[in-house]
Ligand binder design. Structure first.
Ligand code: KG4
Ligand code: ZN
Length: 401
């Protein structure tokens, strides 16, 4: 099955084309093209994502991304004859709220041969609704012109299965007795991103039970906010990890910096990161008053903040392992780009020789459309009824079901 996938839930515009096969028995994915256009430069000066700007940028990015993706996959062909029957009026209606995208769409798409794809996948939620709508309307317009089914995808489901895309990264636990390259169920999944921090019990493909989540800020959000306190640019995650690494390498005497590990002993699977962020804020204010808020103390804060997040995430994952005795632990989401988190989680899961540990390849950690295509393939295997295009809606809040 060849799937074109579109992802616009936040500030990355992404389009991928994949060839998938194997079914639930052994899902396999060949990436024909994987493209992400980051809007970081646009949002950086505002210190975070501005939804209206994200919407505008998606509108500008999607057509060039689509052309690039089709070309890379060898599916871009200008029609010499047999132009697809083109209903301009219908497309104008579908893309009425995306004027820039509409103009570019009408310039290019009517000249193209219908590409040999089987479906168009698109993120329907959760995420920023103005941003989600652009991807959804784009998918609806393409689906209408090319007469292809649309598969709506939950963004979190994309993150959850991101680690099965690349065969090389499937098994991290060298000691594991079970060497199967597919997920064995039950599995425990830890999804950590800018909008979510969730522990999910996965009983079988696409069968979820949310066992814990954050009560306030997501862990990625905490990285972003703490970065701002430390005068670092958005997005904060990569900046904090860089600074933390620098602190680890310095031989400077440790200043007393010990941040709280919120809810680490709460006896459940929930998280809280807003108090940790506030603790950093107060500490920064105190150090400023004492004239000690400098590169060295900032690096030490970054290091202990990162370790506090890791300690809590590992403690809760361990608790889930003890209770649910999973055969697989899966991680996904932007925060899993953090190398220290990957290393320490691998060590923790490695204590259980029978558990396979699934870690996404770096390029599938933050938002991308390949993971959306993979999730769409799995969804499609269940014969999920196709939604009529008119019923496809952006869902800002959307749990994993
Ligand atoms: O999955 P993602 O791209 O978007 C959402 O679905 O939210 O995750 C983005 C989040 C941001 O908060 C970013 O700061 C964080 O992932 N992030 C990191 C790292 N790289 C990205 N957090 C910690 N360490 C990193 N290296
Ligand atoms: Zn995401």
């Amino acid at each position: 099955m060849i799937i074109l996938a579109i992802e616009t839930s936040c500030d990355d515009s992404a389009i991928s084309l994949i060839k998938a096969n194997g079914g639930f028995k052994r899902p396999q994915f060949e990436i024909l093209s994987h493209n992400v256009s980051s809007q970081t430069k646009i949002h950086e000066k505002w210190g975070g994502v501005v939804p209206t700007l994200a919407k505008r940028e998606h509108g500008r990015n999607l057509m060039p991304l689509l052309v690039k993706t089709l070309k890379e996959a060898g599916l871009f062909a200008v029609a010499k004859k047999d132009l697809p029957t083109f209903e301009t009026k219908k497309i104008e209606k579908i893309l009425e709220r995306e004027p820039e995208l509409l103009t570019e769409f009408l310039k290019t798409i009517p000249r193209l041969k219908k590409p040999k794809i089987d479906a168009i996948a698109v993120t329907e939620g959760p995420g920023l609704e103005p941003a989600l709508w652009v991807g959804i309307n784009f998918a609806r317009a393409l689906s209408s012109v090319w007469n292809k089914p649309t598969i709506p995808v939950n963004h979190l489901e994309g993150h959850l299965y991101a680690s099965i895309i690349n065969e090389n990264v499937k098994i991290k636990n060298k000691k594991a007795k079970t060497r199967d390259t597919k997920i064995q169920f039950p599995a425990v999944a830890l999804i950590v991103s800018g909008g979510h921090t969730e522990l999910v019990l996965v009983r079988d493909w696409l069968k979820y039970k949310l066992i814990g989540s954050t009560r306030d800020d997501a862990v990625g959000e905490a990285f972003d906010k703490v970065a701002r306190i430390l005068d670092l640019p958005y997005p904060g995650g990569p900046q904090i990890s860089k600074l933390a690494k620098a602190a680890s390498q310095t031989t400077a005497p440790e200043t007393e910096i010990k941040l709280p590990r919120p809810m680490i002993n709460s006896g459940d699977f929930d998280f809280s990161f807003s108090g940790l962020k506030t603790a950093v804020l107060y500490l920064a204010q105190k150090l400023k008053a004492e004239g000690k808020f400098n590169d060295q103390t900032k690096a030490l804060i970054a290091k202990d903040f990162q370790q506090a997040c890791i300690d809590v995430l590992i403690a809760k994952t361990n608790r889930a392992i003890a209770k649910f005795k999973p055969k697989t632990v899966i991680i996904g989401g932007g925060v899993t780009a953090n190398q220290e988190l990957r290393n320490q989680l691998e060590k923790a899961v490695g204590q259980h020789p029978d558990i396979n540990f699934f870690v996404p390849d770096q390029k599938f950690t933050t938002d991308n459309a390949t993971m959306i295509a993979a999730a769409a393939y799995l969804r499609n295997l269940t014969g999920t009824p196709k939604k009529s295009l008119a019923n496809l809606k952006a869902k800002g809040q959307m749990p994993l079901k």
